[in-house]
Design a protein around this ligand. Structure first.
Ligand code: PEP
Ligand code: MN
Length: 679
């Protein structure tokens, strides 16, 4: 055949290939349309999107057909698996929250960078399959994206959290710990850099290459190979392309995504520059509220925990996942700014929080954590592993069919955070004092901080006699508005100074949500008084706080209501709750309140939280404080809190119940005897 004939034959074959490709696209579009219809029906019926058994059957018959047609069944399987993944994602869109709300006509997704940077491209990859109108908006810093999300000018923030070459993105992990956001999705992105320059520039003539420092680092080997070019950092890969195109500079190159180079009229000098072929970035989709996701989809659950600064504390929390055979995919530590040299851990768990196996493991781990925050459950893009209860899928087909879409609740359903549920009793650290765990603590000090002399004297007096935590009210919730209301922040400062002087942690009452942050800067433990037990806004704020909380029982609250109040604090992520029985209102007037002794064993059976008894406010009379403290020790309390004053007759508050130094010595001695007798 002549060369000309060769040429026209080749063209005909190529035309044929192109026709087949066009047909492929049409068929794929037809398939996707059918898939979306199925998705809508599933969403209406509330049935699971993922049907692993059906997928397995499809794959099997596709492989067989491929083999019959003389194709590699392995290769054909990979193609179908990719199509199935795409189908599943488009069905997820049908079940995602109503995408566009209120005034907005499009979903607003924020990222860090400029148009066509990797974040922008990855966000588009995620939303293009969702079949909803959306727009992406670039911001110059991660913090700016989060500010816009919190201000409501964005529906989602889309931020990179880790890269396979450079590891975790510290700034984004920091934002996850500091901002009140939920993770509602993840996306992976293959990072491909090209070397681009203004038309006419030759690779050999380059003197400078600009890009984001991460991109420069990822192509370090290539850059060394073409030295002596100088690498110049820029804020953004696509931004570097815009700048170069506008300046028209010659002899300068940029590392950027192919799409950005093409958009800005740059020529491609080199492709595939990254040192590692597996240069992938994982992005998180963040929202200010939790979102519905299908429990049957391969999922991840992200949590943030803080454990006590003691040997084995983190191990005990994590071992709950090991025992339940729940896989952890990532653990990252971040400094805890409120407590220097302590850390919080960001943990990704394989599986959905509504999956019973995962939910049980989480419930078991919670008591071992000082703080626990649920960031959310969302479809996984890094694993196709089925969720725990779906293994093996065939055994549970009926259940999968019946499982419904459920909203990710920030609190996993029952068992509740505070529930006993056969687990170990928890301990709460207040400074270097541990409440719970078999010991008995004495919390002592005056009802109110009255003066420097009074609190310093009270502090040394109780310390010498066996107290390990100093109490003192700076903000007093008095029944009469004309009674002494406390010294406020000045009183708190005095209490802190006295505590530091005798090396004792301090506990003080907090009355309002807006004072939480400021009081937490000085107090080692925050006390919620009986009158505030159901101040839910205060409890919620304390849930966000990193200090332990002493929660007193309301004077007409049931044990159940006390536990509900504790749950408010723990649901916010603060697990360091100690309960306090301080007497309840009954028809009896012989005592100020009636100490509900039975509440202690009842609480012990219903919650793992430590329990303190306050006999001072229960009795209201000095002479009854010791006998009631003995009862508390006998029924299993983890400690007592009592009011002690250097000069009770002069006390500005609750003087009838204040113990003298001698009585406090007697109390400590007799409680120790009871404890010994119980050994
Ligand atoms: C207190 O402990 O100072 C106090 C006011 O107690 P209660 O909230 O139990 O009345
Ligand atoms: Mn008092």
């Amino acid at each position: 055949m002549s060369e000309k004939n060769d040429q026209s034959g080749l063209e005909a074959i190529r035309a044929d290939i192109e026709a087949v490709d066009r047909e492929f696209v049409k068929l794929l579009a037809r398939r996707m349309q059918a898939v979306r219809l199925v998705g809508e029906i599933k969403a209406e019926e509330g049935t699971a999107i993922w049907d692993p058994a059906r997928e397995a059957r499809l794959l099997e018959s596709w492989r067989k057909d491929a083999k019959k047609a003389g194709l590699s069944s392995h290769f054909a399987g990979r193609v179908l698996r990719e199509i199935l993944r795409y189908s599943r994602r488009s069905q997820e869109a049908a079940t995602a929250r109503p995408a566009v709300s209120g005034e907005a006509t499009k979903l607003r997704v924020g990222y860090q960078g400029v148009t066509l940077c990797h974040s922008d491209l990855a966000a588009k990859k995620m939303f293009e399959v969702r079949d909803v109108p959306f727009e992406t908006r670039g911001f110059s810093a991660f913090d700016d994206v989060m500010d816009a999300l919190e201000a409501g000018t964005l529906d989602y923030a889309f931020l990179p959290v880790e890269n396979t070459v450079i590891g975790g993105i510290a700034e984004v992990n920091r934002l996850l710990t500091q901002r009140r956001v939920f993770i509602v999705g993840e996306e992976t992105w293959q990072v491909e850099h090209v070397l681009a320059a203004n038309p006419g520039t030759e690779i050999g003539a380059l003197t400078e290459i600009r890009s984001h420092p991460v991109a420069l680092a990822q192509c370090a080997r290539f850059l060394r190979g073409i030295s002596p070019v100088v690498a110049q950092p820029r804020l953004d890969t696509a931004g570097a392309a815009v700048e170069l195109s506008l300046s028209g500079e010659e002899n300068v190159g940029v590392l950027c995504p192919l799409e950005a180079a093409e958009e800005h009229g740059l020529c491609i000098l080199h492709r595939d520059l990254a040192d590692s072929p597996n240069n992938m970035t994982r992005f998180l989709l963040l929202s200010t509220s939790a979102e519905a996701t299908d429990v049957a989809l391969p999922s991840k659950t992200s949590i943030i925990i803080h454990t006590a600064h003691r040997p084995g504390a983190l191990f005990r929390a994590l071992s709950c996942f090991a025992r339940a055979e729940v896989n952890l995919c990532r653990i990252e530590s971040r400094p805890e700014p409120d407590s220097p040299w302590e850390y919080v851990f960001l943990i990704d768990i394989e599986g959905h929080a509504d999956d019973p196996v995962v939910a049980t493991a989480i419930a078991a781990a919670r008591p071992h954590c000082n703080q626990f925050r649920m960031l959310g459950s969302y479809p996984s893009r890094t694993t196709d592993a089925p969720n725990m209860t779906l293994i093996p899928p065939t055994e549970h087909e009926a259940e999968i069919g019946a499982s419904t879409i459920s909203v990710v609740d920030p609190v996993p359903g029952p068992p509740l955070a505070m529930s006993r549920d056969g687990g170990e009793r928890s301990t709460v650290a207040v400074g270097d004092v541990t409440i719970g765990g078999g010991g008995f603590v004495f919390i002592a000090g005056p009802c109110a901080v009255e003066s420097r002399e009074q609190i310093f004297e009270a502090a040394s007096m109780v310390k010498e006699r066996g107290a390990s935590i100093l109490r003192g009210g700076a903000f007093k919730p008095r029944s009469s508005v004309y009674s002494f209301q406390g010294l406020g922040f000045a009183g708190l400062t005095l209490l802190k100074e006295a505590g530091d002087h005798v090396e004792m942690p301090i506990v003080t009452e907090i009355l309002t949500p807006d004072a939480v942050e400021k009081v937490a800067m000085s107090a080692s433990m925050m006390q919620v008084g009986a009158r505030n037990m159901q101040n839910f806004e205060l409890l919620k704020e304390l849930g966000q706080c990193h200090r332990p909380v002493l929660l007193k029982r309301g004077m007409s609250a049931t044990v159940g209501e006390l536990l509900d109040a504790a749950e408010y604090i723990m649901a916010g992520g603060n697990n360091q709750v100690v309960l306090c029985e301080r007497g309840i209102r009954t028809f009896e007037t012989a005592t100020r309140n009636t100490l509900d002794v039975s509440a202690i064993p009842v609480l012990r059976s219903r919650t793992h939280l430590p329990i303190i008894v306050d006999p001072s406010h229960a009795a209201g009379r000095r002479d009854l404080v010791i006998p009631l403290a003995l009862a508390a020790a006998a029924v299993g309390a983890d400690g007592v809190m009592v009011e002690v004053h250097p000069n009770p007759e002069e006390a500005l508050c609750d003087k009838e119940q204040a113990l003298t130094r001698e009585l406090f010595s007697d109390l400590v001695r007799s409680v120790r005897r009871i404890r010994k007798a119980l050994e």
